[in-house]
Design a protein around this ligand. Structure first.
Ligand code: SF4
Length: 894
């Protein structure tokens, strides 16, 4: 059956969310009129039907705005044959001239495992170099390195059910409430159901995740390894080691203990080094010591550090010391950032690993060469992401093929990465979107299929392999990544080794390789799936590896038999001597910048930035700063600020936040060139990396934050997308029926009317108000009684709220009251202003919520949900509802 016929028959498709590593199951229903309805898949074990705000909004991301629909060469549309020839011949020429180390691939956790597999095979087995790395390097490679040191393989020992069964959950360096919301909700459910579950959050800032916390340790940035060394010291001193386990199943305890005692000899010293109260450290240690079922969840706050690998091992050491691994309700648990970071790890998507979780070595390279029949197997690790782009910058790498990612903004020292790509001789980009900072640098653009069109598998944080299934045909000339890579391989002379007719063929080969000469020596083994036929592959139910030959069912937990993947089958303690971050604060840059995700956006917003319901929560890049730090710098809430660091600078809106640790600030990672001027946080992050994992230190950049004082502030709402140029500050986001622009300029336009007409178009009816003395200007353009665009400008940022104006774009005609309110810059009295969106699912604003909480004395998020529906779907906003209830109580009390 061809794929078109299959799509026609299948109205309801079970697939997987393309965002975070929770890996939620999604059902997509294609209606008769082509509309797509998205829901959580109740049958998927990762989420049991629940989705977060991003997953819930997936249907809004399916339109073709900004899609890359046709191949391009040097900015011009080209036939596929010409584009593929250009890539193959360009790579072949540079290979001939400079050898395999002069070319590179840079992949992404957005790729499906089958895409990743063929990219890795082409580079490491046929081009003959290992210069293939991935954006997963930037988020979880420290965990990979830590797992390998401790367990002998990159294995997450546990599963999500462990969260249901734990009695103590530590959440370390993770704002799970926003970054892994469905897992966070699972913990919240468990906590509601069982009063014997405690949650401890270990994070320098008080994040929404702390809403669940029985204890929050706002430790000093970079001091995690000291805290866990202190815990190891404490466990040994108080007799809480599982000596039977450590003696029979581990090695290296004494050295690890000696290092731990040297760094953190007692609670008082540990607390002082971590900058937290002694009593809080003592409480954490007591709970850990006396609770058998402990899960330690950790994420980018641990990984993205120049000592990230050591931090991972400091955590794992404590679980090994107490034997709390491989059993229900316990274990160290890494939350992966991306939907298929794990799949990329399985196929060797990292430059320092081989396919099927093998490491470089004569025997493994020989094995791979025999399996693939490869002519030129790579025999040494290649360049990791940061080094790879430095090599692009200095010309050692002359050709780079980037797949499904945007390194010109997502790498540390992004400006340098962007410049390196501009200078590179041959930049190829396979992607689904046309407008990205990286696309601006590409010589050849290859239109890739995206979520909803792609067919293959992904692996989530708990080793669960799930199918991503297509429910839409690829638009224009978009093609699957595996097909694009395979076609280039054919043109480079490797047709026989890349004979795939579909992703099922690739999956079978990948599964067979995992079992090839394995004999139980490699934990990653899905040999039991190698014989799936196409129908079996199509129907593959979510399954956790390993699935060795002779089995079809998966393995929820590893190491239950206390046998690890090392040569002697014992786990390794690693002696940890904590190191401070590479770059210290200085008098010039005295604050520590922490970077991360926000609730409703994903990576560089290429998908979530087009979903109106996701843009109402946070419309601009912001810097979260403690009020004391803000006051000493003349920064006020809602004003603009300039962040400066040794690498570069960015502009952001000031958010005062008492939960921010004094001396630290936070800014989100999402804004890039198409969405903002000067909003790229990675321009501030230095390319310092962990020496073992190569992961950059994205959580610790010294900066200063100073007021940015433009001559005027404005916002513009427009039905049409417009091009903003020549302003120091602008941000654009998409709303329902309009685009929203936040603007600021260093000099007032000579003539506001002319300037506004240039931005908003001149035709139609105009309403205008100008008070030159006060520096206020308002304009609205109306065509056929419909509001086309409106602009509000003032000397400060005290502008009308946007939520009320946004609603006018949903109307087909403006009435007299609407027109009057436009000129008066305030909503009609009867209508009120909902305020910024808090609940994205039901579009409920902050003002509406606060008013209802006060009026009806709502005392819990559940009561708010009953009254206004807010928080009753995905639950992502529940921590914010709890904060609003507290705020209202505080106000009432006052
Ligand atoms: Fe997608 Fe949200 Fe689930 Fe993550 S938690 S996989 S973003 S629905």
């Amino acid at each position: 059956m061809n794929s078109d016929a299959r799509l026609k028959d299948r109205q309801r498709v079970a697939t997987t969310c393309p965002y975070c590593g929770v890996g939620c199951g999604v059902t997509a229903t294609v209606e008769g009129d082509g509309r797509v309805t998205i829901a959580g898949d109740p049958a998927h074990p990762a989420n049991r039907g629940r989705l977060c705000s991003k997953g819930t909004a997936l249907a809004e991301t399916l339109d073709l705005d900004d899609r890359l629909l046709y191949p391009e060469i040097a900015g011009r549309r080209a036939p596929w044959d010409a584009a593929l020839d250009a890539v193959a011949s360009g790579f072949a020429r540079i290979l001939r001239e400079d050898g395999p180390n002069a070319v590179a691939f840079y992949c992404s956790g957005q790729l499906l495992t089958e895409d990743y597999y063929v990219a890795n095979k082409l580079m490491k087995g046929f081009i003959g170099a290992a210069n293939i790395d991935t954006n997963s390097r930037l988020c979880m490679s420290s965990t990979v390195a830590g797992h390998k040191r401790a367990f002998g393989a990159d294995v997450v020992p546990g599963c999500y059910e462990d969260l249901d069964e734990a009695h103590l959950v530590l959440v370390v360096g993770s704002n799970a409430a926003w970054c892994h919301p469905v897992l966070y909700q699972r913990i919240a459910d468990a906590k509601r159901a069982r009063h014997n579950l405690r949650v401890v959050v270990i994070d320098p800032r008080r994040t929404p995740t702390c809403d669940l916390a029985d204890l929050h340790l706002p430790l000093a940035p970079g001091s995690d390894a000291v805290l866990f060394n202190g815990l190891l010291t404490h466990l040994a001193a108080r007799g809480f080691l599982d000596t039977e386990f450590t003696e029979t199943s581990t090695t290296g305890l004494e050295d690890a203990l000696a290092a731990a005692r040297a760094a953190a000899p007692d609670i008082a010293t540990t607390a002082a080094k971590c900058g937290v109260p002694e009593v809080a450290v003592a409480q954490l240690y007591h709970w850990f010591a006396t609770t058998e079922r402990v899960v330690t969840l950790f994420s980018q706050g641990i990984n993205q550090s120049s000592s990230g690998t050591d931090k991972v091992n400091a955590i794992v050491n404590c679980h090994l010391a107490t034997g709390r691994i491989g059993r229900p309700g316990m274990g160290p648990f890494s939350l992966t950032g991306q939907p298929n970071a794990m799949g990329g790890r399985e196929v060797g998507g990292l430059a320092n690993t081989l396919a099927a979780h093998m490491d470089f070595g004569d025997d493994t390279c020989d094995r791979l060469q025999r399996f693939w029949g490869a002519p030129a197997i790579a025999r040494a690790p290649g360049l990791k992401a940061v080094d790879l782009f430095q090599a692009v910058g200095d010309g050692r790498i002359r050709a780079v093929w980037i797949m499904a990612t945007n390194p010109a903004v997502s790498l540390p020292d992004a400006f340098a990465a962007h410049r390196a790509l501009q200078r590179c001789e041959l930049v190829v980009l396979s992607d689904c979107v046309r407008r990205t900072d990286t696309a601006d640098c590409a010589d050849v653009l290859l239109p890739a299929a995206t979520w909803g069109e792609k067919d293959g598998t992904v692996t989530n944080s708990e080793r669960r392999i799930s199918r991503q299934r297509p429910f839409l045909p690829p638009p224009g000339e978009a093609r699957p990544d595996w097909w694009i890579i395979t076609q280039v391989a054919h043109r480079m002379g490797f047709s026989e080794s890349f004979p795939y007719a579909g992703p099922g063929d690739i999956f079978r080969e990948h599964a067979a390789l995992s079992g090839f000469e394995n004999g139980g020596t490699r934990a990653f083994d899905i040999g039991g799936l190698a014989a799936l036929d196409d129908a079996g592959y199509d129907a593959l139910a979510p399954v956790q590896w390993p699935v060795p030959e002779g089995r079809r069912e998966g393995t929820p937990r590893l190491f239950a038999d206390r046998r690890f993947a090392t040569a002697d089958r014992r786990a390794r303690f690693v002696a940890i001597t904590p190191r401070p971050p590479m770059r210290r604060t200085t008098a010039r840059h005295p604050l520590v910048l922490n970077t991360g995700r926000i609730r409703d956006q994903w990576h560089t917003m290429t998908r979530t930035g087009s979903a109106p319901r996701l843009t109402g929560h946070t419309a601009e890049p912001y810097v979260e700063i403690h009020p004391v730090d803000a006051a000493s710098r003349g920064l006020t809430d809602g004003a603009l600020a300039r962040l400066t660091g040794p690498q570069g600078e960015m502009l952001a809106r000031v958010h005062l936040e008492t939960g921010q640790r004094p001396g630290s600030v936070f800014a989100p990672i999402h804004w890039s060139g198409p969405f903002a001027a000067c909003g790229c946080v990675n321009d501030l992050v230095a390319p310092y990396t962990d020496p073992i994992s190569g992961e950059p230190e994205s959580k610790h950049a010294p900066v200063e934050v100073v007021p940015y004082r433009p001559a005027w502030h404005a916002f513009l709402l427009s039905r049409e997308r417009i091009a903003v140029t020549g302003l120091g500050y602008w941000v654009s986001v998409r709303g329902h029926h309009f685009w929203r622009y936040e603007l600021a300029g260093v000099a007032e336009p000579d003539d506001w009317s002319t300037w506004a007409a240039r931005l908003m178009g001149g035709a139609g009816e105009w309403l205008e108000y100008h008070d030159p003395a006060a520096g206020r200007y308002r304009a609205a353009r109306i065509a056929g009684d419909r509001l086309v665009a409106c602009l509000f400008a003032a000397p400060a940022h005290d502008l009308p709220t946007r939520a009320w104006l946004a609603r006018l774009f949903a109307h087909d005609r403006l009435d007299f009251r609407d027109r009057a309110s436009l000129l008066a810059a305030r909503p009609p009295r009867a209508e009120g202003d909902a305020g910024p969106t808090v609940c994205s699912c039901f579009g409920v604003g902050r003002n509406t919520l606060l008013a209802a909480i006060r009026r009806h004395r709502l005392a819990s998020p559940e009561q708010v949900g009953d009254a206004l529906k807010a928080g009753s779907n995905c639950g992502s906003c529940v921590p914010e509802l709890a904060a609003l209830i507290q705020e209202a109580a505080g106000t009432s009390a006052a």
